[in-house]
Structure formats: C-alpha cells, structure tokens
Design a protein around this ligand. Structure first.
Ligand code: IPM
Ligand code: MG
Length: 360
C-alpha cells in the first residue's frame, strides 16, 4: 500500500460541515486504489486567527508543504471582517496558495444529471454545457505591489496593482492549452486588452504560446463580454484561461449554470502539492444548520484523485455517485419538484451509499 499524507483544513463557516462529508468519501475511495491515508487536520482562516493570532499558522503551512495534497473547506465570515487586513481569514488562504506556488486553478462547471432544471437559466441554455475555467492564482491584482491605502494631497487613496510577468503568463497559458487538448480543443483567453496594457500583453503572450498548440482553436474575449456570453450561451465555451481576478468573477458566474455555487469543485495545481477546495465560500448565513451542499467539496476529492494521484477512475467513480444521488436527493439550494430534500450530512451519506453500491 502506498501512503498519502493529506492535510485537512476545514476552515470557517460551513467549511467543517462539508469537509466532514468529503473526508468520509476520501476514506471510502482510498482503499479501493490501494491508498493508505495519513490524514492530518490543522486550522486555517478565522478559526486559526482565533487560536493563534494568524490566519495561516506556521504549523499549518509547514504541514501543507510536506503533504501529498491539501483539502480545504472555506475561510472567512462576518466575525473577522473588522480585523486588520493582514490577519483576515482570506489572507491565510491567499498565502497558502502563494507559498505552495499553486499558480493554476481549475474550476470545471458542468451540469450533473438532471440538475439542468435547478439552474435559474433556461434548461435549453444549460443542457449539455461543460466548461473549465483555468484561473491564474498566484499573481495579478491579488498579489501586485504597490498596494494599500494612504494619504495623498490631503485625501485618502486606495490602490492595487495589476501586474503579470511574461513567465507567469506563459506558464498559465500552457496549462490552459494543455487542459483544452484533453477536452474539446477550444481555448478562450479572457482579458481586457482594450483598456489594460497588462492584459494586452497577456493576449500577446497567450497567442505566442498558442503556436506550440496548433490543434487548439484559440480565441480572445473581453471580460465584460465573457461574463455576458456565459449567461447567454455557455455551450459556446470549452476551456477558458484568464487572470486571477477575472477568473474569480467568471467562475462564480459559470457556477450558476449548475444552479448552485454548492456544486463547483476546484483544483489548485502547479507547485509540488495540490490543493482542493470548493469554489463556494463559508456561507455564514447557513452555518451549523445542516443545510450546506457538500457536493462541491466531495467533487473536490475527485479532483484530488485525478490531479494529485493520477487516478482518473476514482474521480469518475465519485462523479457517478454524485449523479446517481442527485436523481433522488437534493440539498435545499438545488431542490426541485419530485426530489427529496435532505441536509448536508445525509447528502454525504447518500453519496457514500451510492459509491458502495457501485462497487459491490
Ligand atoms: C475564491 C474566493 C477567494 C478568492 C477568496 C475567499 C479569497 O472567492 O476562491 O474564489 O477570491 O480567490
Ligand atoms: Mg471567488
């Protein structure tokens, strides 16, 4: 048996509830593929601040660096909003992504089974939609300097810097093209090249990387148009590659094809240790009520199997169990007529049952 050390960081809000369900799935799937799990739990985010005074304690970061993968729930919540910027829960997550050099964030948005009716978009618009957002994750305006709020000419001024080096664009573009090669070979690069020099440069470099991938059909789209097109006709997209902030926005929009942010998993890769987290946040409004949808987190375990351990089959098994479960059961966010509404815990149990049935 092959041992995999996995850092579990449930974080804040609904993070712990959904993580608990995802860990059950992880424990069930691992032995099927001869994996022995060494699970270590450490705090990140607001809870870490409460315990240690920092949202990313050294011990959590050091453990992440020596793990084979990280499974993260969610961070943040109103309780920590008044805190000074540098110790906010979100800073912990951003530092973890950056320290692990996870420059590529893969966010697939596809319609699972008959979820087509859970979307706020018309069924014919979303039926069959299947896209992947490849978001740059360790650069751009999220990390650029200078940044801050200071006094200039007698008034306060807030500023951030959108900066990308050629090598940063090249490496994420390459992930974009490689991802497209494994899919339908269509890549849309999203920028704001008509206004921002840094993204005009982005467009130039992405185009150049494209010469190494002649089979991929590359197109470029401004971010405002892309946001509109995702709602208007999501089926036109296969793979989208974009900057950190545009990717943050576009992926939330893409999530709504599926009816709920509670359905979208993500994989952050590029460094030695991959990190897997749902796209949704900590949802403080429903925390502790057993209402959260654990499927994004469960599907993130599937992405871990695929991207960190090269176990495509394990990912497919998890996806299949999720699709089967959705035929009968729904959490409140994706509830539809004729289905049975269940909570977070029970949803986790149903997926586990389906996984077990498929393997017996
Ligand atoms: C996401 C989240 C994070 C981001 C926040 C919590 C820092 O919105 O993963 O999409 O902006 O990257
Ligand atoms: Mg976001």
């Amino acid at each position: 048996m092959n041992t995999k050390k996995i850092l579990i960081t449930p974080g804040d809000g609904i993070g712990p509830e959904v993580t608990e369900q995802a860990v059950q799935i992880l424990k069930n799937i691992a032995p099927l593929f001869d994996i022995h799990l060494d699970l270590i739990e450490k705090p990140v985010g607001g809870i870490a601040f409460d315990l240690t005074g920092t949202p990313l304690p050294d011990e959590t970061l050091e453990t992440a660096k020596i793990s084979d993968a990280v499974l993260l729930g969610a961070v943040g919540g109103p309780k920590w909003e008044p805190l000074e910027f540098s110790v906010r829960p979100e800073r912990g997550l951003l530092k973890l992504r950056s320290e692990l050099e996870l420059f590529a964030n893969l966010r697939p948005a596809a319609i699972y089974g008959d979820l087509v009716n859970a979307s706020t978009l018309k069924a014919e618009v979303v039926d069959g939609a299947d896209l992947m957002v490849v978001r740059e994750l360790t650069g751009g305006i999220y990390f650029g300097n200078p940044r801050g709020v200071e006094e200039r000419d007698g008034e306060r001024v807030g500023f951030n810097t959108l900066v990308y080096s050629e090598s940063e664009i090249r490496r994420i573009a390459k992930v974009g093209f490689e991802t497209a090669m494994k899919r339908r070979k269509k890549l849309t690069s999203v920028d704001k090249a008509n206004v921002l020099e840094s993204t005009e440069f982005w467009r130039e470099v992405v185009t150049d990387v494209g010469t190494d991938f002649p089979e991929v059909e590359l197109s470029h789209m401004y971010v405002d148009n892309a946001a509109m097109q995702i709602i208007r006709d999501p089926k036109q997209f296969d793979t989208i590659v974009t900057t950190n902030m545009f990717g943050d926005i576009i992926s939330d929009a893409a999530a709504m094809m599926t009816g709920s942010l509670g359905m979208l998993p993500s994989a952050s890769i590029g460094g030695g240790v991959g990190m897997y987290e749902p796209v949704h946040g900590s949802a403080p409004d429903i925390t502790g009520q057993d209402k959260a949808n654990p499927l994004a987190m469960i599907l993130s375990v599937g992405m871990m199997m695929r991207y960190s351990f090269n176990l495509t089959e394990a990912d497919e098994m998890i996806q299949k169990a999720v699709i089967n479960t959705l035929e009968k059961y729904r959490t409140v966010d994706i509830m539809a007529q004729g289905k049975t509404e269940i909570g977070c815990r029970e949803m986790g149990e149903k997926v586990l049952q389906s996984l077990e049935e498929n393997n017996s």
